[in-house]
Structure formats: C-alpha cells, structure tokens
Design a protein around this ligand. Sequence first.
Ligand SMILES: NC(=O)c1ccc[n+]([C@@H]2O[C@H](COP(=O)([O-])OP(=O)(O)OC[C@H]3O[C@@H](n4cnc5c(N)ncnc54)[C@H](OP(=O)(O)O)[C@@H]3O)[C@@H](O)[C@H]2O)c1
Length: 248
Amino acid sequence: MELKGKRALVTGASKGLGAAVARRLAEAGADVAVHYRGDRAGAEETARAVVAAGRQALLIPADLARPKEAEELVARVADAWGGLDLLVNNAGVAPVRPWDQVTPAEWAEVLAANLSGPFYVMRAALPLLRAGREPAVVNVGSVVSFNGGAFGPAYAAAKAGLVGLTRSAAREWGPLGIRVNCVAPGPIESPLARALPAPVLEAMKAQTPLRRLGTFAEAAEVICWLLSPAAAFVTGQTVVVDGGRVMS
Ligand SMILES: NC(=O)c1ccc[n+]([C@@H]2O[C@H](COP(=O)([O-])OP(=O)(O)OC[C@H]3O[C@@H](n4cnc5c(N)ncnc54)[C@H](OP(=O)(O)O)[C@@H]3O)[C@@H](O)[C@H]2O)c1
C-alpha cells in the first residue's frame, strides 16, 4: 500500500482501532494527525509509533461531541500542514444500554460522538480535502447498523446514520474527486467487545463463519486500503469486516 507524502487525520487515535489505523498509515508513508479526547498518554504512544515509522505526527485533543471543537481540530491540521488528503472518522463510544435504560442525555451523547462528530469534522474538512491529493474519507461504522447489535438503540441508530452520511457525502463529493466509504467491523478483540456479556460474545463467535473475533490490524488494513489509490473507483460503499457473520 503506497500513501507516501499523504496527510492524514485519524480521530480517536489514542487507542484501539484508531491507533492501529494511524500506525498502518504511517507505515504506508503518510503523516498522521493523531486526534484524541482525554487519553493523552495513549495518543503520545501512537504519535511515537508514527515518528518511529519516519513520518510526522500532530497531537490534537478535541471533544467531537462539541461542533466547535470538531471545527477547531480541522483548523489546527490546516494551520500545521496547510492541507489534508485522508480523513478517518473513527472516534466513537458504545455503552451497552437496553432500550428501557437509555436516558435522553446518553441518547444525545452517543449520537453526538458517533454521528454528529463525523458530520462536523467532514464539513470542516471539505475545503481541505477538495484541494487534497487523491482525497479520501473512511467512516468507521459497525455491523450493528445491519443487525441491530447488542449495544442498544442509540449506538445502532448512530452507526446506521453513518452509512447514510457516507452515501450522502460520496454522492455530493464524488464530482469533486473525493471518495467517501464506510468500514463496518464486527466485534474486535477489544475492551469494547469485552464489555458485552460473555454468553453474547460466545454466541457471536458461534454465528461467525470464521469462528473468532477480528483484530484491530485486520480492520485497519481494510480502512487503509479504501484510503489508498488501490480503491480509486470505490466510493459510497460500506465494507463489512466481521468474519462473514453479516452477508448481503
Ligand atoms: N471494538 C470493536 O469491537 C468495534 C466493533 C465495531 C465498530 N467499532 C468502532 O470502531 C471505532 C473504534 O473502536 P475502539 O474499540 O477502538 O474504541 P475505543 O478503544 O473505546 O477508542 C475510542 C476512541 O474514540 C475517542 N472518543 C470517544 N468519544 C469521543 C468524543 N466524544 N470526542 C472525541 N473522541 C472521542 C476516544 O478518545 P480518548 O480515549 O482519548 O478519550 C478513543 O480514542 C468506534 O467508532 C467503534 O464504534 C469497534
């Protein structure tokens, strides 16, 4: 995968999937703006890995549930690099909440982090991407947008919304030369998946043709492929990375 000289922004890169994507992008030759919310130590570790791969790292905090901070995040990338080529909207939260336990505040928080944040970041980044080199966006969704999932209504609705947001942007931005896709992972070996009750997790593995959870590296590989020129004619798609549990 060749991304030499590309300028990338990865949200939620202090840990987990975002950190894996940032590392993979740097290995492929991209400079990476490492966004985080509260975990500065995690973000610094990701940034060190980017620098160890011979690329530049920017470290930028923002709470993406706040539109102004999403805009400031993009402005800081513009100030530092004067442009942006690749954007990965990865930051998200997934509290496990059945329908009768979702408070209005939590509904709003989950929608803000998983859906509104990507919208505000994308809107702010549009002028930069328009002027970018082979610009591409990947939004990190989830298979819950297809199967309802086990996290409850707010997360499922937010991730389903992200599929619509992806398609809307792909349609409107395609003529501008900007590709926009979504990657929908199934459960990955992670604290987020481990928050599910053990029987739910075991049932998930049993229903998965490949009989296991995925890894961050496996999901990151697909995200980086979609960002790369190898996927130059792919836009508006949601690629499921879940060991074959969801098939369409
Ligand atoms: N893990 C899975 O099994 C799985 C499966 C399907 C989809 N996904 C999706 O993949 C993405 C990453 O998942 P993960 O397991 O790596 O999650 P994670 O380990 O919990 O990391 C989440 C990241 O998002 C950031 N974040 C959360 N809320 C934020 C907010 N309001 N504003 C800004 N940043 C915020 C966190 O920042 P700080 O820690 O710095 O505060 C952190 O960097 C999420 O979109 C998730 O929905 C995960």
